[in-house]
Design a protein around this ligand. Structure first.
Ligand SMILES: C[S@@+](CC[C@H](N)C(=O)[O-])C[C@H]1O[C@@H](n2cnc3c(N)ncnc32)[C@H](O)[C@@H]1O
Length: 310
């Protein structure tokens, strides 16, 4: 005769809420397979967009294994401590905190970056932007400036790609710079990037072969319409442009970078979808040549490049 399954409370912490009616009689309640399914249901009921994917990330994070290895561990029993850790992470995720903050890190161009709510989570579009910059600079730049470095994603990626370059990374947020420095160490790039507290180029000296930036480019209305993950958790200063005008920081950078580029130097900007026309006009008026935009993988005009004449 089959024995009755234990009640969920006898084996799981009280904060762990699971629909008992969904349990099949021969389920092993603490197995990875069972817990994963329960986490997925809990995330789905909080309207998390990819509940299975997030569940896999959370469970594999707590187990300290790669997500793709999880099926190998389906039968493994989780300890109470592991289940409690998973519960705490679920609470954070169901309150709509972004998965990357919940896990504490993100992978970007072969870098493992720690991320907290002091910095914007580097986006896949920014990784695409980074790859485009590297591909377009066949001749390695000697001096690189990253304006608004946040977690350090672009500056550290470029320091790794261009091993001989001097890289300066600027932010106006002290907390972001502290985290970016930690990320330099974490990725074996300590000493390769100089971090500088500055309002864009105000404290920056000298000229550069490459200036890159992914500045804030939303206005207040766009920010208000963002998902709670973005609006309630990511730093507003990283998202909303100066004075609420979405193009303000982009325009300031295009104007000021002109006197900071060596002849033949490149300005590369990640932008909002609607900014291309005004940047093109400003860059042409300012004296840049060959200003052009590129689409991201979704087909949105997101990357702006302009060159300083020789
Ligand atoms: C969109 S985030 C980009 C972060 C990172 N570069 C990335 O791509 O993931 C913009 C960054 O610019 C910084 N920032 C905003 N206004 C600034 C200013 N006036 N001077 C310097 N940095 C600024 C913010 O603190 C934030 O880290």
């Amino acid at each position: 005769m089959l024995s009755k399954p234990p009640t969920i409370k006898s084996r799981l912490p009280s904060c762990w809420s699971i629909q008992v009616s969904e349990i099949s009689i021969d389920c092993d309640f603490n197995s990875v397979r069972y817990v994963l399914a329960a986490v997925r249901r809990q995330l789905a009921s909080a309207s998390i967009e990819n509940p299975l994917l997030d569940a896999e990330w959370i469970v594999s994070h707590v187990l300290g294994v790669g997500r793709l290895k999880l099926p190998l561990l389906y039968a493994r029993e989780l300890t109470t401590v592991e289940i409690e850790r998973i519960s705490r992470l679920i609470d954070r995720r169901t309150s709509r905190e972004p998965l990357q903050y919940v896990l504490g890190n993100v992978l970007f161009a072969d870098l493992d970056l720690r991320v907290t709510s002091s910095v914007l989570i580097p986006r896949p579009e920014t990784e695409e932007f980074f790859e485009r910059i590297v591909a377009m600079n066949e001749c390695p730049p000697d001096r690189i400036l990253d304006l608004g470095t946040g977690s350090g994603a672009l500056a550290l990626g470029l320091a790794r790609a261009f091993t001989g370059a001097e890289v300066i990374a600027v932010d106006q947020s002290k907390a972001a710079l502290t985290l970016a420095k930690e990320n330099a160490e974490r990725n074996g790039l300590k000493g390769r990037v100089r971090f500088l507290l500055s309002d864009w180029m105000e404290q920056v000296e000298g000229k550069f072969d490459l200036i890159v930036s992914n500045p804030p480019y939303l206005d207040d209305d766009e920010w208000l319409s963002c998902d709670p993950e973005i609006r309630d958790f990511e730093p507003k200063v990283a998202l909303v442009a100066e004075s609420g005008d979405s193009a303000a920081d982009l325009m300031r950078i295009v104007t000021n970078a002109a006197s900071r580029l060596h002849p033949g130097g490149v300005l590369a900007l990640e932008t909002g979808e609607g900014h291309f026309a005004c940047l093109l006009e400003l860059a042409s008026q300012t004296g840049y040549f060959n200003p052009r935009g590129f689409q991201d993988l979704r087909g949105c005009q997101r990357f702006f490049f302009a060159y300083w004449p020789n």
